[in-house]
Design a protein around this ligand. Structure first.
Ligand SMILES: Nc1ncnc2c1ncn2[C@@H]1O[C@H](COP(=O)(O)OP(=O)(O)O)[C@@H](O)[C@H]1O
Ligand SMILES: [Mg+2]
Length: 317
């Protein structure tokens, strides 16, 4: 089913360094969200705060009625069981086979027998397409396979929420495309709430139901995919469309001179909104909306050429 995560007024700093402030958003149950942002904007810090590994300065994170930013260690221990996390590098134990890596949370957190564990491990290995690789060591396989093994491990306790930290980092475009399809297929199958942190625009443009953009120490925007992809808000427009003209410069923000020089410069038109990736079995996910649905509902004219089957198939952008 998946559960909702309601974040309100969340603020996090390390010492005097503010990472982000006053972040408020609701991650709907069962939907796929992408949190996008330049490197170093605190995306990983955001994920770690959501699972209670880091304490925010202020604000609340409410999951099933419990505020995990302000609860006891015991309550936190319980609520963590709802989460599966795919860390950036897969975070595999190098000396353990993939089988033992995936079985690890079951051996650690449950009293299941080895034969029950075997059934679950093999089921999850099959879900991520790793049957036959059980006896391999993490060092013997490709980065893409390691991510899939990390994903199998994140799924063994049947999480209601799955967090992905840059699942696409370090993968080539083809592997990224396969992984993105796998994420969409998994969401359809296990129906949990997915939050993917990434700086990959193509993933953000094609995978999620909702997109958030962290920029300059705050949440610049959060909402349905079509809302952000048709937005004229300068930071959102620039980042989601990988354009040079806009407030974002090489090192965070452009200075006044640079911005003045851009005055009057014509912005390139918004690129077409691509079709969202659909489950490969052709059956729509529960939270999936038809192409153009949000635009139609809000009287927004999507950029010319949007939702074109051929364009989306050939370029993904
Ligand atoms: N445990 C920590 N202690 C102090 N500073 C940290 C810690 N973790 C992250 N940071 C700082 O927080 C900022 C955001 O980091 P991070 O969340 O890793 O960015 P992103 O994942 O968006 O690339 C960085 O400046 C980083 O140095
Ligand atoms: Mg990170």
């Amino acid at each position: 089913m998946g559960v909702e995560i309601k974040v309100d007024g969340l603020t996090k700093s390390f010492g005097k360094q503010l990472i982000w402030g006053d972040v408020s958003l609701t991650i709907p149950a069962g939907e796929i969200c992408v949190m996008l942002g330049p490197s170093g904007t605190g995306k990983s810090v955001f994920l770690k705060t959501l699972i209670g590994l880091l304490k925010p300065d202020r604000g609340s994170i409410v999951i099933e009625g419990l505020d995990i930013a302000n609860c006891s260690e015991k309550e936190l221990y319980e609520v963590r069981k709802l989460f599966g996390v795919l860390f950036q590098d897969g975070a595999m134990f190098g000396s353990m086979t993939l089988y033992d890596n995936v079985a690890f949370p079951l051996r650690e957190h449950t009293k299941k027998s080895e034969s029950e564990i075997r059934d679950i491990v093999m089921e999850k290995m099959e879900l991520v397409g790793l049957i036959g690789a059980e006896t391999k060591l993490p060092g013997e396989i490709s980065g893409g396979m390691r991510k899939r093994a990390g994903l199998a491990r994140a799924l063994v306790l049947d999480p209601e929420i799955v967090l992905f930290d840059e699942p696409d980092s370090g993968l080539d475009p083809v592997r990224t495309a396969f992984l993105n399809q796998l994420i969409v297929d998994l969401n359809a199958q296990i129906d949990a709430t997915f939050l993917i942190v990434t700086h990959d625009i193509n993933t953000a443009r094609t995978v999620p139901d909702n997109i958030g953009l962290l920029y300059h120490k705050h949440l610049a925007m959060f909402g349905p995919r079509e809302m952000l992809l048709s937005s004229e808000e300068p930071v959102v427009r620039q980042f989601l469309n990988a354009q040079r003209v806009g407030p974002i410069g090489m090192s965070e923000e452009k200075d006044a001179d640079e911005l003045a020089a851009e005055q009057g410069q014509e912005l390139p038109p918004l690129p077409p909104i691509p079709l969202q990736i659909e489950p490969s079995n052709g059956i729509a996910r529960r939270s999936q909306r038809p192409p153009g649905d949000w635009c139609l509902e809000h009287g927004v004219v999507p950029p010319s050429g949007s939702f074109d089957q051929n364009m989306s198939m050939s370029t993904g952008v």
